[in-house]
Design a protein around this ligand. Structure first.
Ligand SMILES: [Zn+2]
Length: 284
């Protein structure tokens, strides 16, 4: 499932391919994905210039020149496949034939093509207006971006005040911080030495001072890994935003803890139906 760093990498790839360009053709090959596509979806996008592409939580937000905003979510298995004409080889070449599960095709002015591919169809697309974005049902409840300036130790302490849920669950609550998934919460708690079972309200002061930079760090390292995979896509075509990670705790049940100086062993527990990997030795 695409997590925040993958979505960020997809956004960066889409920016390179689409920003500042006109959508010359939009084709929806089925009436809906997880939800029905908006009425006249393709017609409302065709001919519009893409002003800017940004990420909010795990949403891709495409701002168009007429004040419309295209909101896209990759769901469980959604991918963006990019094809660009290779002008430095003989001729421009032809894009590869469309495949099963290629649901929405965006063509832009320079001949590039972006295909939304989603076998399980949990992804979705919606249209909104720029001036209604903050109050849109997808965004109205979201807490600050974990990589944004508003996400500070002070903010986090306040957001967790009085919360008697485990810190693991609190960090997955999108109202506390937007877009954090299970893997990154496990990794950030491991890095900051905080037990996933600790009650959220007790994560304040020094613990919040450790946790906020740890969250930023695990996300930024993953985005960097994605960025290096993206450099390849600037040269050749392909699928945006999927890359190999190595985790320090996640998926490492029974292995020695990777924290420097710690002799602990990673354990797995289940919290709110999700696996938590942690080191009971240094995570308190
Ligand atoms: Zn440890």
């Amino acid at each position: 499932m695409p997590e925040l760093p993958e979505v960020e990498t997809v956004c960066r790839g889409l920016r390179m391919a689409m920003e500042g360009r006109v959508l010359t053709q939009v084709t929806a090959r089925r009436p809906g994905l997880r939800f029905p596509l908006p009425a006249d979806f393709a017609a409302r996008l065709r001919g519009r210039r893409i002003e800017r592409i940004e990420r909010r939580a795990k949403y891709i937000v495409v701002h168009l020149d007429d004040g419309q905003v295209l909101i896209m979510h990759l769901g469980m298995s959604g991918r963006m496949n990019l094809w660009a004409p290779q002008v430095d080889t003989q001729g421009a070449g032809d894009p590869p034939p469309l495949a099963t599960h290629d649901h929405v095709i965006f063509e832009v002015g320079n001949g590039s093509r972006v295909v939304f591919h989603d076998p399980r169809r949990f992804g979705f697309m919606a249209l909104s207006r720029e001036d209604e974005l903050d109050s849109h049902p997808y965004f109205a409840h979201l807490g600050p971006e974990p990589l944004g300036d508003a996400f500070t130790p002070d903010y986090l302490s306040q957001a967790l005040e009085g919360k008697r849920t485990p810190i693991k669950a609190a960090l997955l609550d999108q109202r506390v911080v937007a877009g954090l998934g299970n893997i990154y919460v496990c990794e950030a708690l491991h890095m900051s030495g905080i037990s996933p079972r600790r009650l959220a309200h007790s994560v304040s002061g020094q613990r919040a001072e450790r946790l906020v930079p740890a969250i930023r760090d695990v996300l930024e390292r993953a985005i960097q890994a994605g960025g290096s995979s993206l450099r390849d896509y600037a040269q050749v075509d392909g699928e945006l935003g999927y890359f190999q990670h190595s985790w320090r705790a996640y998926g490492r049940e029974g292995e020695a803890c990777g924290q420097p100086g710690c002799k602990g062993t990673i354990e797995r527990i289940v919290q709110s139906g999700r696996s938590t990997f942690f080191c009971p030795r240094h995570q308190r």
